[in-house]
Ligand binder design. Sequence first.
Ligand SMILES: NC(=O)C1=CN([C@@H]2O[C@H](COP(=O)(O)OP(=O)(O)OC[C@H]3O[C@@H](n4cnc5c(N)ncnc54)[C@H](OP(=O)(O)O)[C@@H]3O)[C@@H](O)[C@H]2O)C=CC1
Ligand SMILES: O=C(O)[C@@H]1CCC=N1
Length: 271
Amino acid sequence: MNTLFIGAGSMACALMRGALKSGALKKEETYALNRSNDMRMKELDEWFGVLRPGGGQSFDLVVLAMKPKDFDEAADVIRNHLSSKTVILSVLAGIPVSYIREKLGFQGGIARAMPNTSAALGKSATAVTLDRFDDRVMEEAVVHLLDSVGLTVEVEEHQLDLITALSGSGPAYIYYMAEMMQATAVELGLPSELARDLTIRTITGAGAMLEESGLDAEELRKNVTSPGGTTEAGIEALKAHGVEHAMFECISSARNRSEELGRQLIKTEKD
Ligand SMILES: NC(=O)C1=CN([C@@H]2O[C@H](COP(=O)(O)OP(=O)(O)OC[C@H]3O[C@@H](n4cnc5c(N)ncnc54)[C@H](OP(=O)(O)O)[C@@H]3O)[C@@H](O)[C@H]2O)C=CC1
Ligand SMILES: O=C(O)[C@@H]1CCC=N1
C-alpha cells in the first residue's frame, strides 16, 4: 500500500516506526514530507529509509499528521497527492471528518484516528472512526495498519474529543507523574539514577499488572494499601491536595481544548 505521511513530527514518526517494524508498512512504499525541516527528513531517511514523494504523485493512503492549526495551509499539498482511489487517515486532534472533506473537496474514505506515541513500540491505545469506506480492502488495510501499532477500537466520532483527552494525551500525564515522582525522591535524598530506575520500573510494573493480572485498578490499589500503612498515608495526602479534582480538570480541559481546536479552524474558515 503506497502511503504518504504529510507531517513528519512525533506522531508520524511513532506510527512509521511501529508500522514499519511490524511489517504493516513497507519502507519502499512509504513516503513522507514536512513543511521545512530538512534535517528531520534526513533523519527519517536514516532511521527508516522512507522516500520523498514526487510532485503530483498520488497514494493509496495519505496520513494527515500536521498540527491541527496547520491543516488549512497544508490543504493544497494534500490535494496534490490524492486520487479517486486514495483513502485518508487523519490523526489531527479535534478536526472533524466533515471539515477535512469540505476543505479538500474529498469524497473518498476518511479514517479519523486518535493514536498515541506509544505506537512507536506497538503499544498505542488507538480509537478510530471510519467514514465512507466503500472499499473493504482499504478499510482492512487501514485497520491493519492501526492494529499493528497497538490496540485499536472503533468509536463514534463524537467520542473522539474525550478520547483524545484520555488516551491521546494520556502518556504525557504518566510521564509528568514520573517526572514528579523522580524529582521528589531526589529532593528527599535519593541519588538521581536510583530514583529514575525505581520510578520507571514502578510505572511499567504497575502497567503490566493492570494489563495482565485480571484485577481492576481499584483492587490493585487496595492490595498495595495496608490499613494504617505508608500507602494510605501517601494517598490521603494526594486526596487532601485535591488530586481527584485535578484529574477531572486535566481530562475535561484537554477535552475542551480538542473541541476548541476544531471550532477554531471552522471559525477561521468562516471569517
Ligand atoms: N504527539 C502526540 O502525542 C499526538 C499527536 N496527535 C496529532 O498528530 C498531529 C501531529 O502532532 P505532532 O507529531 O506532535 O506534531 P509535530 O509538531 O511533532 O509535527 C508536525 C509536523 O507537521 C509538519 N507540517 C506543518 N505544516 C505543514 C505543511 N503545511 N505541510 C506539510 N507538513 C507540515 C511539520 O513540518 P516542519 O517541522 O517542517 O514544520 C512537522 O513535521 C497533530 O494533529 C496532533 O493533534 C495525535 C495523537 C498523539
Ligand atoms: O497535545 C496534543 O494536542 C496532541 C493530541 C493528543 C496528544 N498530543
